[in-house]
Design a protein around this ligand. Structure first.
Ligand code: CU
Length: 124
């Protein structure tokens, strides 16, 4: 009787965990910029998507964003950042730095060349 009860409890816990794993909101905190001598810099690793996919930045500072591509898939070889007129190829294993100027508050999305992977800057 007790064994049965324990089994049911474990089964329910397992189901709850599976549901959480697949459907729960895994809130990724996102990355932040680094401010050195009044210039804000941030880096995004391109590796099976964008890490971090959300960057929290401050407005009113000259900002540069670097993409570091680790992923060989052709899907991620281009980055499109329409708010800044950017549509560039990323070299595998290389860094590409974009000068974004001084940012205004808002959200600025970017995507891969096929619009399958997405990331965004959240500027406050
Ligand atoms: Cu793509």
């Amino acid at each position: 009787m007790l064994i049965k009860l324990i089994t049911i409890v474990i089964a329910l816990a397992l189901i709850a965990f599976i549901l959480w794993w697949f459907f729960g909101k895994h809130e990724t905190a996102g990355g932040a910029g680094e401010i050195v001598d009044g210039v804000q810099t941030a880096q995004v690793d391109v590796d099976g998507g964008y890490q971090p996919a959300t960057l929290q930045l401050k407005s009113g500072l000259p900002t540069s964003l670097t993409f570091h591509r680790k992923d060989p898939s052709p899907c991620l070889e281009e980055v499109v950042f329409s708010d800044f007129g950017i549509h560039e190829k990323l070299e595998l294993g290389g860094n590409k730095t974009f000068d974004l100027g001084t940012l205004q508050p808002g959200e600025y999305p970017w995507a891969c060349g096929m619009n399958m992977f997405h990331g965004k800057l959240v500027v406050k």
